[in-house]
Design a protein around this ligand. Structure first.
Ligand code: NAD
Length: 480
């Protein structure tokens, strides 16, 4: 693929998900000065564990197919979510694990990439069976040494959340009693089970921090025919799950207008703004967005993604924008909150139209970033902010007192209370998350600006990431 001849041979429309990730990797590789052998090592999937185990469904027994893939051991532990979906197969989990490696390197989270998947429908399976499956899956991982605070640390992904992470933790601690760092075997746990404040919404919040930074660059916005800032931007979101809902909720706080939310069974369109909280409440009660009383509800959810807008945020699943619908997409910015929502064939079409594609390995990295903070919290056995909060407050109070003494004026109490506020866990988490998203974007953007042949943000992001992984191999002395 390095030369033009072989590039032509690739049938972009028929690449599997993991081949798509390899395609992006190879597109970026020539812009890094890395030897072929090292590139092959970075790209290779290190361990794949496929399992089949029986689970009781009433009077029947079903064989469950599940995976855990550790893409890269260049940094340990490995890290990545667990997905519950009927589309889970080995190729999908391998692709997602590889994306995790590049994502972690890009945002300086010191883990190798991994991913897990269970081929099961989270919507159509009763909770007690989901619990049995989750616990058995964890036991399989323990048996093969595929989970542990220094080995491999799962997290939530499509179809899983805090509840599943709590089951994993409980099973792990039961099978490995007395491990002092046992709570760090999984992240995305409930706060009462060693989780961290801000993890649930971290991916969505990270998407918004990233978009806020992206939209602050006046020259880039001018090139797209947009004004700077998120205020007033018309946004379409696909998927009202963890990532989509929190992205919608938080981007609204920045003044953006959500003109459509697309779910698997229909979309709600309203040029005056869809309220994600009200829609989620309705969907939770009725189990569908159909019949929602505000705005216009349309059954053809995919068609709503093609409406005129400034930012389109696919936050559901991979392969949602393909060569088939890409020509009809009208967004100026496509922000890949989901993993792999734009296929390589669709990307070629969108880039030709001048659309800015913000790649998944960057824009949805907020989840793993805050998972990293949770892991650190579990290993340090202390809540962020606990040691310094009161100290910071009394230092600030003394400073205000000093100013008052010298000026003879009194600072109003309402301002004093704001000024002296010492950082809580959530303040530190959000501050660390924002810093991560902003500085990673500047790395990508600077790389693209310095390397004139790099035409898109994904290639720049992959190149930055490959360079960081390459450097850690060099530091190990494995490659000359
Ligand atoms: P989720 O299960 O919480 O939500 C997914 C939502 O998408 C559900 O509401 C589902 O009904 C909807 N959906 C499914 N098919 C759809 C379709 N065809 N059209 C419209 N909506 C559809 O999952 P999530 O955790 O929000 O993950 C979504 C994506 O984000 C996945 O690609 C995942 O890998 C990625 N991601 C998640 C995290 C995380 O922290 N959860 C982190 C990084 C990336």
């Amino acid at each position: 693929m390095a030369d033009k001849k072989s590039e032509k041979k690739i049938d972009l429309a028929n690449l599997s998900f993991s081949d798509s990730v390899s395609y992006y990797f190879e597109k970026a590789a020539p812009h890094t000065d890395s030897a072929r052998g090292l590139l092959d090592q970075i790209k290779a999937c290190n361990s794949i564990y496929k399992m089949n185990f029986p689970v009781k469904y009433g009077n029947q027994v079903k064989v469950i197919e599940a995976y855990r893939v550790q893409h890269s051991h260049h940094r340990m532990p490995t890290k990545g979510g667990i997905r519950y979906s009927v589309h889970v197969d080995q190729d999908e989990v391998m692709a997602l694990a590889a994306l995790m490696t590049y994502k972690c390197a890009l945002v300086d989270v010191p883990f190798g990439g991994a991913k897990g998947g269970i081929n099961i429908s989270p919507r159509q399976t009763p909770p007690e069976i989901l619990e049995n499956v989750t616990r058995r899956y964890t036991a399989e991982l323990v048996k093969k040494n595929f989970i542990g605070p220094g080995i491999d640390v799962p997290a939530p992904d499509y179809g899983t959340g805090e509840r599943e992470m709590a089951w994993i933790l409980d099973t792990y601690n039961t099978l490995r009693p007395g491990e002092v760092d046992g709570y760090a075997c999984v992240t995305g746990k409930p706060v009462s089970q060693g989780g961290i404040r801000g993890r649930t919404e971290a991916t969505g919040r990270g998407v918004v921090y990233a978009l806020n930074e992206i939209c602050s660059h006046a020259d880039d916005m001018k090139a797209l025919g947009l004004s700077t800032g998120l205020e007033g931007k018309r946004v379409i979101i696909q998927g009202l799950g963890n990532v989509g809902y929190h992205t919608a909720r938080i981007i609204q706080e920045y003044g953006a207008i959500i003109i459509a939310i697309c779910e698997h069974d229909g979309a709600v369109v309203d040029p005056n703004g869809v309220d994600p909280k009200a829609l989620l409440k309705y969907r939770t009660e009725k189990k569908s967005v159909l019949g929602y009383p505000k705005g216009k509800v349309i059954k053809n959810s995919a068609a709503a993604m093609e409406l005129e807008c400034d930012i389109l945020i696919p936050a559901a699943l991979e392969k949602q924008i393909t060569a088939e619908n890409a020509p009809r997409i009208k967004a100026k910015i496509v922000a890949e909150a989901a993993n792999g929502p734009v296929t390589p064939a669709a990307e070629a079409i969108l880039l030709k139209k001048g659309v800015m594609i913000v790649p998944d390995i960057y824009i949805n990295a907020g989840g793993v970033t805050v998972s990293y903070f949770e892991w650190l919290k579990n290993l340090s056995h202390v809540k962020f902010g606990r040691m310094q909060k009161r100290f910071e407050e009394s230092t600030q109070r003394n400073f205000i007192k000093l100013v008052e003494d010298y000026t003879g004026k009194t600072v109003p109490l309402s301002r004093v209370n704001k000024l002296i506020h010492g950082a809580d866990e959530i303040d530190l988490v959000n501050s660390g998350l924002e810093e991560t998203m902003v500085s990673a974007y500047r790395d990508i953007r600077d790389f693209k600006k310095r390397n004139k042949k790099v035409e898109d943000l994904r290639t720049a992001a992959f190149a930055v990431s490959i360079n960081k992984i390459r450097d850690s191999y060099y530091a190990m002395g494995i490659f000359p």
